[in-house]
Design a binder for this molecule. Structure first.
Ligand code: PPS
Length: 565
């Protein structure tokens, strides 16, 4: 037997032995954030961590941004589990860690079990405990279990990815690649945004000044495999790197679950970049800010805090901080220059991301000084003009307010137009098919509405029209649908404001009479609440209006906003 097959056999036996160990022992399926953390622990991107933090290390990280051995480490990496799992475990126990299909990826030997003080953690890591002001804190509270485990890991397999395998590089692979290419200095560039000409000029300028090559490492973190946005992002990066001189840049995806913890996130990313073999790290003045790519909102952290923190630790962690300089296009020079060099009288041009979005939605020109035709072509494919996007019309209102009739008239109109497939998700139809086991309790109604939202989001994503007409009495589930569906295409909420007296007078199904007689309990408007939408796109009162007129209001809105021509 040669060395190679012998080492394979050893590996195989080790895996089998490890699998045997977990038979009969508890195991858990990790969520997407935990899978990202596990992958970076196993592939050594989180070096020097070789497992989840102990309680002592956790405390040091929060208070001092250091492990107990004094190594700089800013973000707590622990395995959070629900109480029922924590209760079953003792120190020294083994816990199988699975992917979402239940495939065993690693075995954790539990060294510590504790209940963290979440408020203390939020304040230490994010600088705030306010879930309303900081989306990272909100996520932390909503998606993190109440108990933490620390311990060592035995890896069996890295999480499996089927997409873009050739650019899913481990730290060992990138370090080897840089060395084979003779790259002594490498600037790491971390991003989750679409990149255009200004970014190329910025990265190139930084690389030239540092005498370095470039490692473009976009985040490919928490996307569901069906999220089309992820594929568009990566295809745009693949086109983007073709615009650089030969052998100047490398592209690799980073499966990171960003915490959006501002300066601490920047420092964490700097350590990760070092582990991937980078010698320099390009840091933006709003690095790791939860609102950095949201031009409408003010940043949470003071500008430059991330740069200052990375700079403070650069010698100790072994990677040099390079501040990212914003570049702007100067028309009379037909050239990009640093924003710092702009002086009075210069004709400077930029296109904001909301303006770019508007141009894509309306099929308008995107100039070549701003982006590359190949990148724009990818974006146009992913974000077609509204007239080719799918959309959902979500009609909400009391029983008898005219929801189903309006939905039916609209369906006929859309079928006449024949430009998109149409699906009707009327309250009654859904109750018979998708939600037949559900009651009319608040919990079940919300579940019913989010199920409708899920189906509508799939229809919208695939370019169809979803016509939904449930009562949907609660803002919570309507808002969840809006958020989900708006990512996939158009979302138009129609509030049927027909007053209760009119609905009750119509009483086509005789349900109001039954509800008043106490034969139906929890009937919306009579013995269960209806919260009107706070911000509907269209409000229609059918007290004094024909179904055709109501439909016309919706069609006019769709035309005005470019959904139909
Ligand atoms: S919800 O609240 O959105 O989940 O309701 P929905 O799925 O749209 O179902 C509403 C239809 O169910 C019938 N029905 C009731 N409605 C309200 N409250 C109670 N307790 C109830 N029990 C049965 C009623 O026919 C509704 O249909 P529409 O078309 O609205 O009249």
């Amino acid at each position: 037997m040669n060395d190679y097959s012998e080492s394979l056999l050893v590996h195989f036996r080790r895996c089998e032995a490890l699998k045997q160990q977990v038979i009969g022992l508890p195991s858990i399926d990790l969520n997407l954030r935990q899978l990202c953390d596990l992958e970076l622990l196993l592939n050594r991107a989180f070096y020097p961590l070789d497992g989840y933090l102990s309680q002592a290390d956790y405390g040091h990280v929060l208070e001092k941004m250091r492990l107990t051995d004094n190594t700089v480490w800013p973000i707590p990496i622990c395995l959070d589990v629900p109480e029922k799992i924590a209760n079953c475990l003792r120190i020294g126990d083994k816990l199988g860690l699975n992917d979402q299909e239940g495939f065993l990826l690693a075995i954790l030997t539990v060294m510590d079990i504790w209940q963290p003080d979440k408020k203390f953690e939020a304040e230490a890591v994010y600088g705030t405990n306010d879930t309303k002001r900081h989306p990272g804190v909100k996520k932390f509270y909503e998606n993190t279990n109440e108990w933490y485990l620390g311990g060592t890991l035995e890896g069996i397999s890295l999480p499996i990815h089927y997409d873009f395998k050739e650019i899913r590089l481990s730290p060992a692979e990138t370090t080897r690649r840089f060395s084979v290419n003779g790259w002594r200095h490498v600037i790491g560039f971390h991003t989750d945004a679409y990149l255009h000409c200004a970014h190329k000029e910025m990265i190139l300028k930084a690389a030239r000044e540092a005498g370095a090559n470039i490692f473009l490492q976009p985040v490919a973190g928490l996307d569901h495999p069906g999220n089309l946005d992820h594929y568009t992002h990566v295809r745009c990066y693949q086109e983007f790197i073709k615009k650089f001189p030969r052998n100047m840049i490398n592209l690799g995806l980073l499966p990171l679950a960003s915490r959006w913890a501002g300066p601490r996130d920047a420092l964490w990313q700097a350590i990760i970049k070092r582990n991937f073999g980078c010698t320099h790290f390009l840091v933006a003045d709003d690095h790791g800010d939860p609102f950095s790519s949201n031009l409408g909102k003010k940043n949470f952290y003071p500008a430059g805090d991330g740069q200052r923190l990375v700079k403070q630790y650069e010698n100790e962690i072994g990677i040099k901080m390079i501040p990212a300089e914003k570049m702007v296009y100067v028309e009379d020079r037909a050239q990009y220059i640093s924003q710092k060099e702009v002086h009075a009288g210069m004709q400077v041009k930029t296109i904001s991301s909301s303006e770019l979005q508007r141009r894509l939605e309306n099929g308008l020109e995107i100039p070549e000084w701003f982006s590359y035709p190949e990148v724009v072509a990818e974006l146009r494919r992913a974000f077609p003009p509204r007239s080719r996007q799918g959309f959902t019309i979500f009609i909400t209102g009391l029983s008898g307010s005219g929801k189903s009739t309006l939905a039916k008239v609209l369906m006929v109109k859309f079928l006449e137009m024949r430009d998109r497939p149409v699906t009707l998700l009327d309250g009654d139809i859904v109750r018979k098919n998708l939600s037949s086991e559900l009651s009319f309790s608040e919990e079940h109604r919300n579940l019913n509405i989010t199920r409708i939202g899920f189906v509508a989001s799939e229809i919208t994503k695939n370019g169809g029209i979803a016509l939904c007409a449930p009562i949907a009495p609660y803002e919570e589930s309507r808002q969840a649908n809006r958020e989900l569906i708006s990512k996939c295409g158009g979302y138009i909420e129609v509030y049927m404001s027909t007053p209760l007296e009119v609905c009750e007078q119509r009483d086509r199904k005789g349900l109001y009479a039954k509800a008043r007689a106490g034969k139906i309990h929890g009937f919306t408007g009579v013995s269960a609440p209806y919260t009107p939408p706070s911000n509907p796109e269209i409000t229609i009162d059918t007290s004094d209006m024909t179904p055709a007129e109501a439909a016309q209001e919706v069609l006019l809105y769709l035309e005005e906003h470019g959904y139909i021509r």
